[in-house]
Design a protein around this ligand. Structure first.
Ligand code: CTP
Ligand code: CA
Length: 223
């Protein structure tokens, strides 16, 4: 097994990973969310911990169990995740944001269950805060910030735009259109973008993808 005798090359590093999908309440029984099981974020947290890092996993509504030997902080909404992440961020050496964060939330949350009536209905939404953009704007010297981008078209172009706009050191781009990539599966196909490089990884298990991401971050930090 990879766990036994894993090289502790990340010992001494504080790594924060986010995983899962935030849920934004409409009323006491309904919410708005994104597809995300949390598998990719858990793979990153698991591998980082096995490689000796001090790992904090901020997770929202995952369908998988968090890995052992990591500090787990639960968040429900984008606002909870914002608070959980930004309060811990200044002390972190590396932050990897694999969570699917809702971009919009209902402007008001109904206190009682909304009853149906004839005809359609609409819900007014407002923007949530972009956690990653906030982290990029407040990044302490020496901290490494890695985002994820899930796209259905123009993968590299869109992901590169996010890398630049959010002041990231790296972004892991995956396309919903690629076989073996995406939400619920155990494999992923990602392209790692930095300011100067574009590295396409083959289809790998989420644990192997996590290892490649962590190794690249470690190499770039040392460089
Ligand atoms: N992200 C975040 N806070 C938000 C929205 C996104 O921290 N409110 C992070 C995600 O965790 C991910 C990265 O930003 O690491 C990119 O998320 P994505 O949804 O692909 O991009 P957006 O910038 O939200 O743009 P869009 O959804 O319009 O493509
Ligand atoms: Ca988004």
């Amino acid at each position: 097994m990879q766990t036994i005798g894993a090289e502790k090359d990340l010992a001494g590093q504080k790594i924060l990973v986010t995983a899962g999908a935030t849920a934004e309440k409409i009323d006491p029984v309904r919410f708005i969310t994104n597809h995300s099981t949390g598998k990719m974020g858990c793979a990153l947290a698991r591998r980082a911990a096995m490689r000796g890092a001090d790992v904090t996993l901020v997770c929202a509504n995952m369908t998988v169990e968090p890995p052992p030997f990591v500090t787990v902080v639960k968040a429900e909404s984008a606002e909870d995740m914002f608070n959980a992440v930004t309060s811990r961020a200044p002390k972190m050496d590396v932050i990897i944001k694999a969570a699917a964060v809702a971009d919009y939330r209902p402007k008001t949350v109904a206190e009682e269950k909304i009853k149906k009536h004839d005809g359609g209905m609409s819900i007014e939404l407002e923007r949530t805060q972009d956690i990653l953009a906030y982290l990029g704007a407040h990044k302490p010297a020496g901290q490494f910030l890695c985002g994820f981008a899930m796209e259905t078209e123009n993968l590299i172009e869109n992901a590169r735009g996010k890398l630049e706009r959010k002041n990231l050191d790296m972004i892991a781009a995956n396309s919903l259109r690629t076989k073996g990539a995406g939400f619920a599966g155990d494999t992923n196909v990602v392209t790692l973008l930095t300011k100067d490089e574009t590295e396409e990884l083959p289809m790998l298990s989420k644990d192997e993808t996590a290892d490649r991401i962590l190794t690249k971050i470690n190499t770039l930090r040392k460089g």
